[in-house]
Design a protein around this ligand. Structure first.
Ligand code: CTP
Length: 154
């Protein structure tokens, strides 16, 4: 990458989430549970030019190495995103996110009378029936969730 293309400075240690579909960076942070009160150094690039995607977002989280289990669920809204683990300025690990078979506590069921919506201690559980396109199904009431997945983030 040339100096001219470098929009945000490299990080010394942490995690870079690259190749996020343009405009989805804030939903990625939501899924990861990184909110305004999170005590982490974050850099966000939104809608930068990408050869592969047209426009892409990038999230850099400093001094935190995100675990595969916690980042994979971002494939709900950013399939194809790449996770780069950076140590002492070098990328030491790189992989593409891959959805797990079940996602707990991230997506609300679309059915308002589902017990996961009506009974407080019951956490939402959705089965991943398809990855591309993403097809989800509620474990409790079998309601499919196929469109506007970002609208159902908890
Ligand atoms: N990066 C960073 N800080 C570093 C090293 C890398 O912020 N110290 C970022 C880069 O800006 C890039 C991502 O991490 O967004 C991956 O880095 P690298 O593997 O060097 O880039 P590419 O080869 O372009 O990655 P890919 O092949 O995955 O597109």
């Amino acid at each position: 990458m040339t100096e001219k293309e470098l929009k945000v400075k490299p990080i010394k240690n942490g995690t870079v989430i690259d190749h996020i579909a343009g405009g989805q960076a804030l939903n990625v942070l939501k899924i990861l549970g990184i909110g305004a009160d999170a005590d982490v150094s974050l850099s966000l690039l939104m809608n930068v030019d990408s050869k592969k995607l047209g426009k892409k977002d990038i999230v850099k989280v400093e001094d935190r190495e995100l675990k595969e289990g916690e980042v994979n669920k971002i494939a709900l809204i950013a399939p194809g995103a790449t996770i780069n683990i950076v140590r002492d300025y070098e990328v030491v690990d790189k992989y593409e996110v891959d959805l797990p078979d079940m996602i707990i506590g991230v997506i609300r069921c679309q059915n308002p009378s589902c017990i996961s919506n009506t009974q407080e201690p019951i956490k939402s559980r959705v089965l991943v029936k398809g990855k591309n396109p993403v097809v989800l199904r509620c474990v409790y009431c079998e309601q499919p969730i196929t469109e506007n997945i970002a609208d159902y983030l908890i």
